[in-house]
Design a protein around this ligand. Structure first.
Ligand code: F6P
Length: 328
């Protein structure tokens, strides 16, 4: 039976991503547009367990569309993984008369939301917010585009110093177990080689490729390494290996780290967040639950949460080929 929704809670959970604030703003304003109440839940599921709630009206989200991070804060809650934790969270939502929640985050967030929905038949809709772009059911996750731009800007700067010193740089980028950031930013920054978990290049082929680029007249090189890539145990061991096998190169490592998660969201992420927030709230009002909103072929679509979590976000084979051709 369709539940009447009069008050929606919104939270951000897991690793923060640029665009999360724009999504919060959109959820709050869509609630205001439909004349229902909206409550911000602080620190993800942690705040749900503790009842750390704050009423939010349309004006409370002014001036945040351009801000990185999340005004609602984020956490990875261990307690929410327990039955007791979820029961406590349910009690707090009921006490506050919250009828449904929008959860903004990645697959850990969606797993929590889905289990909660199954146990308490509580309406939930997810918005994919992670720089990794590793969620099935949306071509883009919030924060991915901004992270790509950040990485490209950093690599451009590294290239200045790499070419001044004729050095080889290994640049490690985030992405957890997938290579979307590495592949796209690598192509965008003109990297000589891109190492991603989806493709096991192998150490011998890496050396071969670096030798080839040296012979072709390149004096410096940038190799982008996805953090989930397994070619070397870690990027520093990779450096040692290449240095000991290619004495002609002086090698340096740059791990970009958490700077990739920060900064003002790109226009693309702001627009995407605005669209996703509207779709999330309106889906709940239509009685839909246990779905994630996503962007496919420039249309807002819903994917069941279990599929969003389990499905693979595939690497773009055509882009892999483009990358191979560009490094010729
Ligand atoms: O999921 C986003 C992400 O930034 C990954 O790219 C990275 O592996 C991980 O989070 C880092 O997590 P933490 O916030 O625990 O350092």
């Amino acid at each position: 039976m369709k539940k009447i929704i009069k008050k929606i809670g919104v939270l951000t959970s897991g690793g923060d991503a640029p665009g999360m604030n724009a999504a919060i703003r959109s959820v709050v304003r869509t609630c205001a547009f439909h004349q229902i109440d909206c409550v911000g839940i602080y620190r993800g599921f942690e705040g749900m367990i503790e009842g750390d709630f704050k009423n939010m009206d349309a004006r409370s989200v002014k001036g945040i569309i351009n801000k990185g991070g999340t005004v609602l804060k984020s956490a990875r809650s261990k307690e929410f993984r327990t039955k007791e934790g979820r029961h406590q969270a349910y009690k707090k939502l009921k006490e506050a008369n919250i009828d449904a929640i929008v959860t903004i985050g990645g697959d850990g967030t969606f797993t929590g939301a889905m289990v909660f929905n199954q146990e308490y038949n509580f309406p939930v809709i997810g918005i994919p917010g992670t720089i990794d772009n590793d969620i099935y059911g949306s071509s883009y996750t919030l924060g991915y585009d901004t992270a790509l731009n950040t990485v490209v800007e950093c690599i451009d700067k590294i290239r200045d110093t790499a070419s001044s010193h004729n050095r080889l740089f290994f640049v490690e980028v985030m992405g957890r177990d997938v290579g979307h950031i590495a592949l796209n930013a690598g192509v965008g920054a003109g990297a000589e080689e891109i190492l991603i978990p989806e493709e096991n290049l192998g150490l011998d082929r890496l050396l071969e490729s670096l030798r080839r680029s040296k012979q072709s007249g390149k004096s410096s090189s940038i190799v982008v390494v996805a953090e989930g890539d397994k070619i070397g145990k870690n990027v520093f061991e990779l450096k040692d290996y290449v240095e000991s096998n290619m004495t002609e190169y002086e090698v340096r490592v740059s791990v970009l780290g958490h700077m990739q998660r920060g900064g003002s969201p790109s226009c693309f992420d702001r627009v995407l967040a605005s669209r996703m927030g509207v779709k999330a709230v309106e889906s709940l009002l239509e009685g839909k639950t246990n779905f994630m909103v996503g962007l496919l072929n420039d249309k807002m679509v819903l994917t069941p949460l279990d599929q969003a979590i389990k499905g693979q976000s595939k690497i773009n084979k055509e882009l892999l080929r483009v990358s191979d051709i560009m490094t010729t």
